[in-house]
Design a protein around this ligand. Sequence first.
Ligand SMILES: Cc1cc2nc3c(=O)[nH]c(=O)nc-3n(C[C@H](O)[C@H](O)[C@H](O)COP(=O)(O)OP(=O)(O)OC[C@H]3O[C@@H](n4cnc5c(N)ncnc54)[C@H](O)[C@@H]3O)c2cc1C
Length: 357
Amino acid sequence: MIIVVGAGVAGLAAARRLGMQGQEVSLVAPQEIQPSFGETLSERGAQVLTSLGWASCLDETVALRSQGRFSVWGGAGLRTVQDEDGQGYLLDKARLEQALLERVQKEKTVTIRQTRVLSLEHQPEGVVAQLADGSRLESSALIDCTGRAALSAGAAAERRRVDRLVAAWQVFDLPEEAEPLAASLVEAVELGWWYLSPMPGHRLMVALFSDSDLLPDGLSRDGAVWAGLLACADAARVRMESLGLDSKMAANTPKVSAAASCIVSYFVEGRILRAGDAGAAMDPLAANGVATALWSGSQAAQAALALIQGNPEPARSYEKDYLLGLVRHLNSQHALYGMEQRYQAQPFWQRRHRALD
Ligand SMILES: Cc1cc2nc3c(=O)[nH]c(=O)nc-3n(C[C@H](O)[C@H](O)[C@H](O)COP(=O)(O)OP(=O)(O)OC[C@H]3O[C@@H](n4cnc5c(N)ncnc54)[C@H](O)[C@@H]3O)c2cc1C
């Protein structure tokens, strides 16, 4: 039996891939209500969903087909961003997770345990998990998909946090008469960048990404502080005003969520494989996190299957491919931040313009 810990997109992809191979799986997933969060799903992520037989999950309650991406980045003008692969989707991530979970529940070989894993113990031929309901689960291998909690990342994993990025965000219902284009907007400002993303259900996600130590005091207690910061973002402000949402911002305090990049040095440790944010939680600017979580969950599942059959090669390739992908991602992210030179004197940008080590 293989244990998958966590029912975010990485854990659900891993459980599905193992289920497709007829492998017995325990998916340990506490029943938690996830906040409705607007995220972009890249075309690459949609392709992984298709490879898992899940293309139909992207219905209109879960995702909008993106009609474009706009940005104000590196200059004051509004530009359209061209993606070679295609425009992707604008998601309600909590709804996507719910839709995937409903499908995983139908897998004959997958048992769902609605509890948390407290601790893990390496065995020569497997892993033992201590669960919060008091039971112990023995497995031949375990896939850690616990997101930023990164349950398995002890000293050996050398997990390090690369920055202090947080998102101050809210989801708004759009006025009935509003008919916005299903297009996201990213706008650079002194403090970081704003992200506006239409969501299924006639809603709009609005977020300011900045470093935790740079946000003004009281922001998470006072919506007016957050709304005031929008004054510096011309395109985002105009969009909010045109939708009649600018006054609503001040009336709602934003939620603040961690969005820092955290990376482990090892994705495979004995019979434990790390996938999704538990392996590498990346800056959301590149909108790659969901695609990477789906890809790595699915790949880790294949590698775990081979590992328990005595073949370590796919696990080695998994580790190598993940690290190479990560290096490519960090380089392109560095180049993307480098394109914005208007705020060179600001700490947020200085930190991101430093050379990569
Ligand atoms: C503000 C923000 C905006 C983002 N925007 C985008 C975007 O636009 N596009 C994009 O592609 N990506 C984006 N991302 C990144 C993306 O959301 C993540 O990379 C992706 O969701 C990670 O999925 P995951 O399954 O690895 O982890 P998670 O979704 O975090 O799932 C982890 C699961 O593990 C469970 N868990 C934790 N500990 C335990 C335990 N001990 N036992 C059992 N279960 C446990 C949790 O309950 C949770 O369900 C964004 C991230 C943030 C923070």
